[in-house]
Design a protein around this ligand. Structure first.
Ligand code: PMP
Length: 374
């Protein structure tokens, strides 16, 4: 067996240790004589799986006691509708910052449920940066402010969190789609009203959506919001109003345990798990961006201070060499490097589970390719 280095943006690479454990436990989990995916979600056997995953996530992020952790389905795109249905709370509109394709999708969907004010946009510069805070024009009476804090397609990431109390004279909850950099670095949940994302990048397999929401913000969902997506209903039922994605939650739990082992694994027991993984992510991103910056053959478009640590986007001189790069890298065991069809080029997604060896292999491949084609 040989495992490829998988640079896919999502569903994405999962730690090999986690896959091995899941494989070993597939037929008989914990002496139950069945796989986790065959168990009733209401059984005594399953209870510790979902409760353990929620507790470990709370511990990893230091989620304050007044926040609910919800496990849902539908992915981040469903949340684009579910968030306004829950968070408009009778107000007329919400503020959105437009940083690329994913925030544009959030905006388009939210417009079906209420007013949307785009208070800042990076569209005019081709989504190559986070619009500087001084250019934001917050509106009065916004129900919430929505950001996509890592744009998976463009490869731009907030390296800072806006201070909503300074931006608005009042408590306007900050809502963020954190799908593609969740758990890649520490996150101060208390600065947000709500964070959400699809699990299929840094958390688990596809099928699980996570929401972390401040409890005073729930309970005012739109009357037409499906009960299964009403955060209050889901919270009151401990994410078991209906059948949750049981196996994806189990796998997330294994990933959380893997994260908790990172400080010891890298010989830095003094770090928290998210500090440890951040250290690794910084090193991986730096190695790759340094290689790109040192080359005249490859180019990047994102301004340096807003570069994503998770999704590294870059370009070759022309379409023909891009196609060759994608084909030859795949043949060399470096999979999933083709850029999103909307922007072209190359995208290397280097999530938590991508080992540094994968990044080094990519850099070596890039050098060889440049030598042969440059
Ligand atoms: N937001 C972001 C930032 C994403 O990266 C993605 C998926 N790549 C989505 C939303 C959509 O997620 P899903 O396919 O789970 O609905």
């Amino acid at each position: 067996m040989s495992r490829a280095f998988n640079f896919s943006a999502g569903p994405a690479t999962i730690p090999e240790e986690v896959l091995r454990q899941a494989a070993a436990e597939m037929l008989d989990w914990n002496g139950t004589g069945m796989s986790v995916m065959e168990m009733s979600h209401r059984s005594a056997d399953y209870a510790p799986v979902i409760e353990g995953a929620a507790a470990d996530l709370r511990e990893l992020l230091g989620v304050p006691a007044n926040y609910k952790i919800l496990f849902l389905q539908g992915g981040a795109l469903a949340e684009n509708a579910i968030v306004p249905m829950n968070m408009m709370r009778g107000r007329a509109s919400a503020d959105y910052v437009d940083t690329g394709i994913w925030s544009t999708k959030s905006i388009t969907e939210a417009r079906r449920y209420g007013g949307v004010e785009i208070i800042a946009s990076a569209k005019d510069s081709g989504y190559d940066r986070i619009p500087p805070l001084e250019t934001w024009t917050p509106s009065r009476d916004a129900a919430y402010l929505h950001l996509c804090t890592n744009e998976t397609i463009g490869g731009i990431e907030y390296q800072w969190t806006p201070d909503v109390r300074a931006l608005y004279a009042g408590d306007v909850p900050l809502v963020a789609d954190v799908s593609s950099h969740f758990l890649s670095r520490p996150l101060d949940v208390s600065r947000y009203g709500l964070v959400y994302g699809g699990a299929q990048k840094n958390v688990s397999m596809a099928g699980l959506t996570f929401v972390i929401v401040r409890d005073d913000l729930i309970g005012e969902a739109h009357p037409l919001c499906p009960s299964a997506f009403d955060y209050k209903v889901v919270a009151d039922n401990d994410s078991m109003f209906n059948t949750p994605p049981t196996y994806a939650i189990y796998l997330a739990g294994l990933v959380f345990q893997w994260l908790k082992r990172r400080p010891a694994a890298i010989g830095r027991p003094e770090l928290t798990p998210l500090e440890a993984i951040e250290t690794l992510n910084v090193a991986k991103a730096k190695a790759l961006y340094d290689a790109l910056d040192a080359s005249d053959f490859y180019s990047t478009r994102v301004v340096k201070q807003d570069r994503s640590r998770m999704n590294v986007t870059f370009f070759l001189p022309d379409e023909a060499s891009t196609k060759r790069f994608v084909a030859e890298s795949a043949a060399a065991g470096l999979k999933g490097l083709k850029g999103h069809r909307a922007v072209g080029g190359i995208r290397a997604s280097i999530y938590n589970a991508m080992p540094i060896e994968g990044v080094h292999a990519l850099i070596a491949f890039m050098r060889d390719f440049e030598r042969a084609n440059g």
